[in-house]
Structure formats: structure tokens, C-alpha cells
Write a protein that binds this ligand. Structure first.
Ligand code: MRU
Length: 345
């Protein structure tokens, strides 16, 4: 199952909002359709959103019919539209900045088709970098996975959330490929159910032992000694190590610390945002009330009741045992070590 794939002149997107019931692919041929797919969470997960937006940027250039002189102002509109889709995952802005830089480097090229070709090439490079980074995250992460382990994860940080392989699930995959006796507890991840709909599906398809649990069961499992390790993904990591990830991650981190269980974040360096000093500065997306009032389209609460539905929370760095990246595992003090990591080639 590939989250996104460039085929011919289109970005093929696996519509994750329909999983696990239906396997539906859509071919996006315009930047607007990519933006809408991100908004509708047909493509979701920080690295996948970034790569999809990069292809959306390239599609914008292919759609452009004007002169070279006006390309820049047109691409500003394309970039702004894609950037306005979802606010929390920094990979979106990271990928768009890479595309913007590439466009700027094309300034002296008069042939618009050549500019388009170079932009598409950059989008392919972003996708390829993500594949490579996930494999490396898997390699480094495997070092902290015991020969026999019950690993708890939250949300979906797998192949579906990336271009391929996954971050948190990349570590799980690598450990499994290495012959370790691992088993995963997947939090269902209310209210959008990424754990049930996507993580359980991915692992089950790959024959990696997985048990689905409701979110409120994690503490009980830990108390029973059934969890050896927690690994989650990330949407944005602040300069001090505070990490935004799917709502509920913070509760799992606090529980893990209370039970003396290591809690790891797995993420590529494209998720690290040194421009935000602490997690308090990370914008948190608010989602529609319907996601909580209804379950699969069926009302589970009175329609008039007040609802609060933040899509992400921030886990303070003090709860994080280590951050697994493609350049190695970073531990506290994060303010010093993340900076060192980011300047390292
Ligand atoms: O709202 P989503 O499904 O886009 O949220 C996804 C997550 O929170 C993931 O854990 C995160 O993006 C890491 S994906 C490798």
C-alpha cells in the first residue's frame, strides 16, 4: 500500500479516509486537488503530507499557462494554498520551502518546461529522501528494541504516514525483519481512529503481530507489565525537544514515565523545527465537532453539545527517552543535542 506515487502526469493518492473498508486511489492532476486531499485527510501523516505538497507545488507549475515573468507570483499563490491545508506538521512547510528554493534557483532559465521538469525532479527527491530517512530511522531505532518486546504505539506513523516504510513503524518493521520477537499494541487513537484503521491494517497485512486496544487501556496494560517500550511518530519537534504528535500521545508519555517504560519518538530531521523554541509555540489544529459527536456517521452524542477537538498535543521533552532520527538517536539535553544534530551533514 503506497500512500502516494507519481504516475504519468498525476499524483496517485491512496484515500486513507476510506481505509480499511475500501481501497480507493485518486489521481490528482492539479495543486488544488492535492490541497483538498490533504485537508480531507485522504493523505495524512507528517512526512506524507510534506511529500504530497511538494508534488502539488510541481503540479501548480504544470498547470501554469502564463509567461515566465509572472510565474513567481503565481507560484506564491500555489504555495500559500498548499501551506494553508493543515497547520501542525512542519514537514509540510519544510517541503514547500525546498520547492520554493528550487524555483528560485531556476530564475535564469527561460524555458518553462525545463523549470517544470526541475521542480518535479525536486519533488521526487523529497519523496526519495523520505524513503531513505525512514530506512535509517529503522536501523538506528532497531538498536533500542530488545530481542523480545511488546511495543506500544499511538496513531499511525507507518508506511501510510510517510512515502514508504514509516518512522515509528519503520523501527518496528526493521526489528521484525531482524528476527526479533516483537509484538505491537496499537492504540485505536480516538477520534479519527488512525491506530485502528491504519496501524492495525498495515501491521496485520505485513504479518507483524499486533493487538488493537482502545486508548483508555494503555495504563492498565503498562500496570500489568505488558508494555516494554513505547514508540510514536511526531508532527513537529521544537528546539527544546517538546514534541507535537497525535492527541493522546502526551497521556501515553506520562503513563510510560510513571511505569518506568522507555518512551521514544521516531522522526526524520524534516520534523525538527528549530525556529520554535518550545512546544507552546506549536500551532495545534482544531478539528470539526462531528468527529467526536459521531462514530462512522452514527450519532454518539447530542448534536448540540459543546465539543473540543484538538488534533494534536505536545509531549514535554522531559518525558522523552530519545528521539530516533536518520542521523542517530538524540537524548537530553535536547536544546544542545538537537542543534548539534541539525548542523551535522
Ligand atoms: O492527523 P494525522 O493523521 O495526520 O496525524 C498523524 C500523526 O500524528 C503521526 O503520528 C505523525 O504525523 C507522524 S507520521 C510518521
Amino acid at each position: 500500500m503506497k500512500s502516494i506515487e507519481w504516475i504519468g502526469n498525476a499524483l496517485r493518492i491512496l484515500d486513507q479516509s476510506k481505509l480499511p473498508v475500501e481501497l480507493v486511489y485518486r489521481d490528482a492532476t492539479s495543486y488544488e486537488s492535492v490541497a483538498e486531499a490533504i485537508e480531507r485527510m485522504e493523505v495524512r501523516g507528517a512526512p506524507a503530507i510534506g511529500a504530497a505538497a511538494a508534488y502539488g507545488f510541481a503540479l501548480g507549475a504544470f498547470e501554469y499557462k502564463g509567461s515566465k515573468a509572472d510565474l513567481s507570483s503565481y507560484m506564491d499563490v500555489v504555495q500559500a494554498r498548499l501551506a494553508a491545508t493543515r497547520p501542525t506538521a512542519v514537514n509540510l512547510f519544510w517541503a514547500l520551502r525546498r520547492m520554493e528554493d528550487r524555483l528560485r534557483e531556476c530564475w535564469d532559465i527561460e524555458d518553462l518546461d525545463e523549470v517544470r521538469r526541475l521542480l518535479l525532479e525536486e519533488a521526487h527527491r523529497i519523496a526519495e529522501d523520505d524513503r531513505r530517512m525512514n530506512r535509517l530511522i529503522g536501523e538506528y531505532g532497531n538498536e533500542i528494541v530488545p530481542e523480545k518486546a511488546n511495543i506500544l504505539t499511538h496513531c499511525n506513523a507507518g508506511a501510510l504516514a510517510t512515502v514508504e516504510y514509516g518512522t515509528a513503524l519503520g523501527v518496528v518493521r526493521k526489528a521484525y525483519e531482524a528476527g526479533k520477537e516483537i509484538h505491537v499494541y496499537a492504540d485505536e487513537t480516538r477520534p479519527y481512529m488512525q491506530g485502528a484503521r491504519l496501524t492495525a491494517l498495515e501491521l496485520h497485512r505485513d504479518k507483524i503481530p499486533v493487538t488493537l486496544i482502545a486508548d483508555n487501556m494503555a495504563g492498565y496494560l503498562m500496570q500489568q507489565g505488558k508494555v516494554d517500550l513505547v514508540i510514536v511518530g511526531a508532527d513537529r519537534i521544537a528546539a527544546n525537544g517538546d514534541t507535537a504528535n497525535k492527541i493522546g500521545t502526551y497521556s501515553v508519555a506520562v503513563l510510560a514515565q510513571a511505569h518506568g517504560i522507555p518512551f521514544y519518538v521516531a522522526a526524520p530531521t524534516s520534523t525538527i523545527d528549530l525556529k520554535v523554541a518550545t512546544g507552546q509555540e506549536i500551532p495545534i489544529e482544531q478539528r470539526p465537532a462531528k468527529e467526536i459527536q459521531e462514530f462512522c456517521g452514527v450519532a454518539v452524542a447530542p448534536g448540540e453539545v459543546n465539543v473540543y477537538n484538538p488534533a494534536f498535543d505536545v509531549t514535554p521533552a522531559k518525558y522523552i527517552t530519545g528521539i530516533i532520527t536518520e542521523k542517530g538517536i538524540v537524548v537530553a539535553p535536547y536544546s544542545v543535542n538537537l542543534l548539534k544534530l541539525m548542523v551535522r551533514p
